[in-house]
Design a protein around this ligand. Structure first.
Ligand SMILES: [Zn+2]
Length: 272
């Protein structure tokens, strides 16, 4: 069912490029087709996102690249909380969920999107930690007794979109055939992160003793080709599951029990 009112979407992630890898095609549809306001909240400073740059260089560069990608996607705002990359779990979850809840209340988020806290496998501690903190923040943001010190009044999101590299029970495949080019463009705005991605592939090839000519000191254009190839293969495989060219997948969750109480059929997402 298409939204009657212009929804507000909050994407909560650990790193500068998480959203672009997992959901930028869907985000572009929220903005371009549905006219929704989308806000991105990045919890870390991305200071471990390179095999080449120093932590200090990375913090400034990755923040600028996140804002450039956000501009391509038409986001209302890209906000960084600045926690140390890779060490998010040193901050207690109650503190993180309070900060996330404050932003949910501020932007009056109808839809919250993040890493899936219940995905069966996720190796990155920052992804696991932001996922659980976001789950708790989204479910209790309507309760005035949680963080009563917040300036903004309680607000209850209604829909949650969870993404994962190893998803559990993905229930929503969003057709991103119309926005795959924008997804790739937004990803390529993360130059230092795409360099890291290609460096990781090169190290993998080295470990496996595989000769990959494209990975031998690729220049920026060759890196872009590798990233585009990877994204088209990944999103193309997901699209094949539902008979479209390209897709992104989510575990879609509706918050609350209103439909059950009123005996209404459960409402689907804006893409159902
Ligand atoms: Zn990440």
């Amino acid at each position: 069912m298409a939204a009657e009112h212009k929804k507000s979407v909050l994407v909560v992630v650990a790193h500068a490029d998480d959203m672009e890898f997992m959901a930028a095609g869907t985000i572009a549809r929220f903005v371009d087709e549905l006219g929704f306001d989308v806000y991105e909240y990045i919890l870390t400073d991305n200071s471990k996102g390179s095999y080449r740059l120093t932590e200090e260089e990375l913090i400034d560069i990755s923040a600028a690249e996140a804002r450039a990608a956000g501009a391509i996607l038409g986001l209302k705002e890209v906000r960084l909380a600045g926690y140390v990359d890779g060490e998010l779990n040193e901050t207690p979850i109650n503190i993180l969920r309070g900060q996330i809840m404050a932003v949910i209340r501020e932007v009056r988020a109808d839809i919250v999107m993040s890493w899936d806290p219940f995905a069966p496998y996720e190796e990155h501690p920052d992804h696991r930690h932001v996922a659980m903190a976001t789950l708790e923040a989204a479910h209790f943001s309507g309760n005035p007794l949680f963080y009563p010190e917040h300036i903004q009044p309680p607000y209850q999101p209604a829909e949650l979109y969870w993404f994962a590299k190893a998803p559990m029970n993905a229930s929503l495949f969003v057709d991103i055939s119309s926005t795959i080019d924008k997804k790739i463009e937004a990803l390529l705005a993360h130059e230092c992160q795409m360099e890291l991605t290609v460096d990781m592939l090169a190290r993998e090839a080295e470990t496996m003793d595989i000769e990959v000519p494209m990975l031998q000191n690729p220049d920026a254009e060759q890196r872009a080709q590798l990233i585009e190839m990877g994204i088209r293969n990944f999103c193309g495989d997901l699209g094949g599951k539902t008979g479209v060219a390209y897709a992104e997948q989510f575990r879609y969750e509706r918050v609350g029990m209103l439909e059950t109480v009123l005996g209404m059929p459960p409402r689907g997402s804006d893409f159902s």
